[in-house]
Design a protein around this ligand. Structure first.
Ligand code: NAD
Length: 491
């Protein structure tokens, strides 16, 4: 482990613990390829202890007045803010993303999510229904129990807080299984939450392999609800496992977002937004603009401005505050993205930007922002999730053709529409099969809005008022207020 700077253990019942099997693995910094951390490889026994701790903490935490629970969210938000630079650096070293994105998006977005859900305690009430003159029915919202949070590597902190914040305010306790590649930031977050006063056992973290620790967590009979973000393939496994225990399940899965730019669009604005939409977080973003659909009348003008802006993106050391574009998450992922580019070329697409590692960078898993044209709708590049800095540019002639191309995938997570014609914007928004759309802007998922996909992109919503429903059961209490309920049997 020579050169390793950071150790990431388990966090269970308010304390740091080594894994029962004593096993650790090494994680490199993807931008330097140097060892960055040794990470505990949690197993089923650790999961059992973590779920046990969460179950013991549940009665007290869930009975706390919701307004009291909400105060913890604000305390955690403050603690995150106080530790912003330190945690952002950990996040950058484990993901390869630029430090300013770690600070603004991962930490800043987490703080916003906590602040938003701290107000949700005022909305945990049910309804009173006067069903008829002799019956009042009450709906009561109750926390579902212990929640399992399974997190991917692309936004390890932000996506954790999209689950942690509503779960806490709803009254749930939880076990978090971070991604193998990005466990360190969440381990730091668990310690921060504890320092901010969160009671022991409310939030537990068990790093480890998905097929081992993740599987054990989703199978555990003490877990009532699984909130999963990750690939569609693993999401299906999680759903099958959840069925065994009839666990509540929400799934945020892959995407292949289209962005449709009509001829009447503000082209300058669209270029800028599509640039950010495609290459923010090195394109390792489930809502990334992956299929840039341009009306034929603006195709050439748009493309020349877009390629010019791409050539000026500052690629480099993610720890340098000036850097705008860092390394992809791992060597394996680098290979996977490069294979997609090669496959695209073999299917007839043409690389018009990037397509390889940036020449000036010798070390690290860097892929230059890549653009391909002549990509056929329905081809591998246009259909499969690449999850890297690769954008396919596709021309269209008519609104109908654009909508058909946009919907020519199994995913349905996000998309963008650029036009000055409000009727067209609304018509196309209705026709595109995706759960989260932007019109005349792109990117930015704010905690106030419900977010989630259609089709192979998942089930359920996170964020917004609906996001808290993931962590609540609705109980209906029917109260008879009349004189007699009458006789069913006559004898
Ligand atoms: P992944 O599916 O490989 O892993 C996600 C998590 O599941 C990891 O923590 C992993 O360890 C765990 N896991 C793996 N096997 C498991 C099993 N059998 N049981 C339980 N857990 C298991 O995904 P990834 O590579 O970490 O992330 C990239 C994917 O995530 C992309 O497909 C991306 O689109 C998706 N994603 C979706 C959203 C969204 O909001 N819809 C957001 C971010 C990422």
């Amino acid at each position: 482990m020579a050169g390793t700077e950071t150790k990431c253990d388990l966090f269970i019942d308010g304390e740091e613990r080594a894994p029962k099997n004593g096993s650790y693995y090494e994680r490199e910094n993807p931008a330097t390829e140097k060892p960055f951390a040794k990470i505990a490889e949690g197993g089923p026994e650790d999961i059992d202890e973590a779920v046990g701790a969460a179950r013991r903490a549940f009665p007290k935490w869930s009975r706390l007045p919701a307004g009291e629970r909400a105060k913890y969210l604000l305390r955690i938000a403050q603690a995150l803010s106080d530790n912003r630079d330190r945690i952002a650096l950990v996040n950058t070293r484990e993901t390869g993303k630029p430090r300013r994105e770690s600070a603004m998006v991962e930490i800043g977005g987490s703080i916003r999510t906590l602040e938003y859900y701290s107000g949700a305690h005022t909305r945990l009430n049910g309804e009173t229904l006067q069903v008829n003159e002799n019956q009042i029915s009450l709906t009561v919202k109750e926390p579902v129990g212990v929640a399992a949070h399974i997190i991917p590597w692309n936004f390890p902190l932000l996506l954790s807080f999209w689950k942690i914040a509503p779960a806490l305010v709803a009254g749930c306790t939880m076990v978090i299984k971070p991604a193998e590649l990005t466990s360190c930031g969440i381990f730091e977050v668990a310690k921060i939450c504890s320092e901010a006063g969160l009671p022991d056992g409310v939030l537990n973290v068990v790093p480890g392999e998905g097929a081992v620790a993740g599987q054990a967590l989703t199978e555990h009979p003490g877990v009532a609800k699984i909130a999963f973000t990750g690939s569609t393939e693993v999401g299906k496994t999680v759903m099958r496992t959840a069925a065994g225990g009839m666990k509540r399940v929400s799934l945020e899965l892959g995407g292949k977002a289209p962005c449709i730019v009509f001829a009447d669009a503000d082209v300058e604005g669209a270029v800028e937004a599509c640039l950010r939409g495609g290459f923010f977080n090195q394109g390792e973003n489930c809502t990334a603009v992956t299929r840039l659909m341009l009306h034929e009348d603006i195709y050439d003008g748009f493309l020349s401005a877009y390629l010019d802006r791409i050539s000026r993106i500052r690629i480099g050391d993610p720890e340098d505050p000036e850097t705008e574009f860092g390394a992809v998450i791992s060597k394996e992922h680098y290979k996977s993205v490069m294979n997609y580019i090669e496959k695209g070329v073999s299917e007839g697409a043409r690389v018009i930007a990037g397509g390889d590692r940036p020449r000036e960078i010798a070390k690290g898993h860097y892929i230059a922002p890549t653009v391909l044209e002549d990509v056929r709708s329905g081809s591998t590049l246009a259909r499969e999730e690449i999850f890297g800095p690769v954008v396919c540019v596709m021309p269209f002639k008519s609104e109908e053709e654009a909508v058909a191309m946009a919907n020519d995938v199994e995913y349905g997570l996000a998309g963008g529409i650029w036009t000055r014609d409000i009727n067209r914007a609304l018509r196309v928004a209705k026709a595109v099969k995706a759960g989260y759309l932007w019109v005349n802007t792109y990117g930015g998922i704010i905690p106030e809005t419900p977010y989630g996909g259609f089709g192979q992109s998942g089930i359920g919503k996170e964020l917004g008022a609906e996001g808290i429903d993931n962590y609540l059961e609705t109980k209906c209490v029917n109260i008879f207020t009349g004189e007699s309920t009458g006789k069913w049997y006559r004898g």
